[in-house]
Design a protein around this ligand. Structure first.
Ligand code: GLP
Length: 261
């Protein structure tokens, strides 16, 4: 794990945008794994700007989103389909037929999940997976207790996550209990992961994920076993890390051949 701590979420998002842009420039037919939530909004904004102003070309990119609420169609204002449309897809040129998001209206959920896994494999696997972190340490919608080997499947949200995500709905009762999410095993097969976490509310989950034991109680901690994960934090989300000074020293003193940001 490479831990990159920057003073603000904006600065951390800029580094994330440079990393994603580099991935797409080096491999135009990249397969990107995408996340929703407030955390990646700035990153998506910056990618849209790079597309507009610098010609960053997504024409050959394929994307797979992590998750979706069961019962919400693509036009529901709180669906992740709508979120992605508004925050990224309507601003860049990923071809529609190469955009994948779990279908919250799927009638045969297990078959849909198996097909989603197959589509990822058929695309050659995910090159770069963008991840946020739940305040309880969840990745995608893999709540604490998720199997570390899990694949795309239906999950039941905890009350904490329903409450955290209620701001996207008109009322907390509207937040679905069920979701479809890529599994932790699916996420772990990505060739590179970029975990973003900002703000004080994420500090405990960040510390537990990076410096705590690997446990299904904190799904983010599984990334300790991932061979190529970068974690981008702001000062607040990094505030409970015991080795923050060390991570910052490492980042500032990288050998010149490693400073690729
Ligand atoms: C949701 C999403 C996650 C996201 C998390 C954090 O539960 N399914 O992928 O990482 O929220 O959200 P936020 O970025 O809004 O804090």
């Amino acid at each position: 794990m490479e831990i990159i701590i920057l003073p603000t979420a904006e600065e951390a998002s800029e580094v994330a945008a440079r990393l994603v842009a580099r991935q797409v420039r080096e491999k135009p037919a990249s397969v990107l794994g995408l996340a929703t939530g407030s955390t990646p909004c700035k990153l998506y904004d910056l990618l849209a700007r790079k597309h507009r102003e610098q010609g960053l070309d997504f024409a050959q990119v394929t994307s797979f989103n992590l998750d979706e609420y069961v019962g919400l169609g693509p036009d529901h204002p709180a669906s992740y389909h709508r979120f992605m449309e508004e925050n990224l897809f309507s601003h860049v040129n990923i071809p529609r037929e190469r955009i994948h998001i779990p279908d919250g209206l799927a009638t045969d959920v297990p078959a849909h999940c198996a097909a989603y896994e197959k589509a990822i494999a058929d695309a050659g696997g995910i090159d770069l997976q963008i991840l946020g972190l739940g305040s309880d340490g969840h990745l995608g919608f893999n709540e604490p207790g998720s199997s570390l080997a899990s694949r795309t499947r239906i999950k039941t949200l905890t009350e904490r996550t329903r409450s955290d995500n209620a701001r996207f709905f008109t009322a907390e009762e509207q937040v679905p209990h069920h979701v479809i999410t890529m599994g932790l095993g699916t996420i772990m097969e990505s060739r590179m992961c970029l975990l973003l976490a900002f703000g004080k509310a994420k500090a405990e989950a960040v510390a537990a994920s990076i410096e705590g034991p690997v446990t299904a109680n904190v799904p983010g901690s599984l990334l300790q076993f991932h061979p190529r994960t970068k974690v981008l934090l702001d000062a607040e989300s990094a505030s409970l890390l015991q080795r923050a000074d060390y991570y910052q020293w490492v980042y500032k003193n990288k050998p010149s051949w490693q400073t690729d940001l």
